[in-house]
Design a protein around this ligand. Structure first.
Ligand SMILES: *Cc1c(COP(=O)(O)O)cnc(C)c1O
Length: 447
């Protein structure tokens, strides 16, 4: 297996390949996105059964770096990274659990939730960042002059970048849209020692600035390395979520996977992992993918409504699902492929719908972030329309930990969120310390 290789190539198919250790993000010919291409023939030297056994054996192993959910699939991700250069905090292998009560409330018995927020910095962004920072570590060890890594972020990317960069001792620069990320998300990169710049713009504005500052190969400043999902190394790590879901079903394929989307790196990655499993022969068909957007920031939904004839951009409005408040998604072309090739669907949900779905899920023991609420609300709509059948096996990807969005929870239960009726609010009851009154109050509640 030691001859396995991977390289960058143009996603649109222009000629040419580039080393994954080169500072390059877009095709020099057409300006489109790159993707990492793997040597599938070499990978097929191992049978599907052997790959399954290898991947299963590595779950929970202490052998570095294979205990990570990402690096347990190293040959499929980045075979040429030296184990010593891997920067990992044991990301991945997150739990996939049966949401039995919520499923029965909405009429689908096989509802499963993949809790990607149970991770080092509390979101799935860790999966991609471990790969990107490992590559930067290897580049620096080989004398490539990368002085810092940088990203524009709606919150979770910056937390992941700051943590992995700090673990590797690499300076990190973070561009955040001022006032548009949650307090928990803002404090994460600050605590990890990143250089945090709060710009007076939205995410798309931050993205424009960072693209001007970082650059392929030559100036403006190729010594600042771009860590957004436009950098397709991120996609390689994030694609393990699709593989992991199938693995956790003992290599069976669910009917649907529903995921909240913003910049569209996530759904592109999910598709890439599943597609690779099909190409290696582990699965015979693909699940249908559903991309969930907030109506306030719905460019992908609008593009879907015109059959992807043209890419629609919008000015993203404020949404509770702040991590997907994006109007000009970078990985658009890859995501179109993901939807088309899986007979997928794009759905949009209102603020009220996503908040209500999150509250319903919480009342069954979950603690969902607003983006997960958007994915659940999209499912509820598809169930109502009978697009998703009650007998289907459905996976909802929970992208971040609810604890990162405390103001969302507090606002919901205090009934103060804009455009949201807090039908499931469960405020505390304030009482004097009088046993008789307390007893009577509890009795009233339980009858
Ligand atoms: C980044 C993020 C998303 C969306 O992923 P994209 O790759 O931008 O589409 C969804 N939910 C959360 C919590 C995120 O942090």
């Amino acid at each position: 297996m030691s001859e396995l290789k991977s390289h960058f190539r143009c996603f649109r198919g222009c000629a040419g390949t580039y080393s994954v250790f080169e500072v390059i993000y877009t095709c020099p010919n057409c300006g489109g996105l790159l993707e990492v291409q793997h040597d599938l023939d070499a990978l097929r030297a191992r049978s599907a059964e052997e790959w399954k056994r290898v991947f299963d054996e590595r779950v929970g192993t202490t052998e570095w770096p294979y205990g990570s959910g990402v690096w347990g699939k190293k040959e499929w991700i980045l075979p040429t990274i030296a184990d010593d250069n891997v920067v990992s905090m044991y990301e991945g292998n997150s739990n996939l659990f049966w949401a039995e009560r919520l499923g029965s409330q909405v009429g689908v018995s096989e509802l499963w939730v993949k809790l990607c927020g149970n991770s080092h910095t509390g979101s799935f962004k860790d999966l991609g960042m471990t790969v990107l920072i490992s590559v930067v570590k290897q580049m620096r060890s080989e004398g490539v002059p990368v002085r810092a890594v940088a990203c524009a972020s709606t919150g979770d990317t910056s937390a992941a970048l700051a943590a992995y960069a700090a673990a590797a001792g690499i300076p990190a620069v973070i561009f955040l849209p001022e006032g548009k990320v949650s307090p928990a998300q803002l404090i994460q990169p600050i605590a990890n020692g990143a250089y945090v710049l709060a710009l007076d713009t939205d995410f798309d504005g931050c993205m424009r600035v960072i693209r001007e500052i970082t650059h392929d190969g030559e100036s403006p400043d190729s010594s600042i390395y771009l860590a957004n999902s436009m950098n397709s190394l991120r996609i390689e790590g994030q694609k393990t979520v699709g593989v992991e879901i199938v693995q956790q079903f003992d290599w069976e394929i669910p009917d649907w996977i529903i995921i909240p989307v913003g910049n569209l790196g996530n759904i592109s990655a999910l598709y890439k992992g599943l597609k690779m499993m099909q190409e290696v022969g582990i699965i015979s068909r693909l699940p249908r993918l559903v991309a969930a957007q907030a109506s306030k920031a719905n460019p992908f939904y609008l593009s879907y409504m015109n059959d992807f004839r043209e890419k629609v951009n919008v000015e993203a409005e404020t949404t509770l699902a702040s991590a997907i408040q994006i109007g000009d998604p970078v990985s658009y072309e890859k995501a179109v492929q993901a939807i088309r090739e899986t007979d997928g669907i794009v759905e949009q949900v209102s603020e009220h719908e996503l908040a209500a779905a999150a509250a319903m899920a919480d009342a069954t023991g979950m603690y969902t972030c607003p983006h997960t609420g958007a994915a659940l609300a999209a499912l509820f709509k598809l169930l109502k329309r009978k697009v998703v059948k009650s007998s289907d096996r459905v996976v909802v990807i929970s992208t971040a930990h609810g604890l990162k969005f405390t103001p969302f929870k507090v606002g919901y239960h205090e009934g103060t969120l804009d455009e949201v009726e807090s039908d499931f609010a469960n405020p505390p009851v304030y009482l004097p310390a009088d046993a008789e009154i307390v007893r009577e109050t509890i009795q009233r509640r339980l009858t």
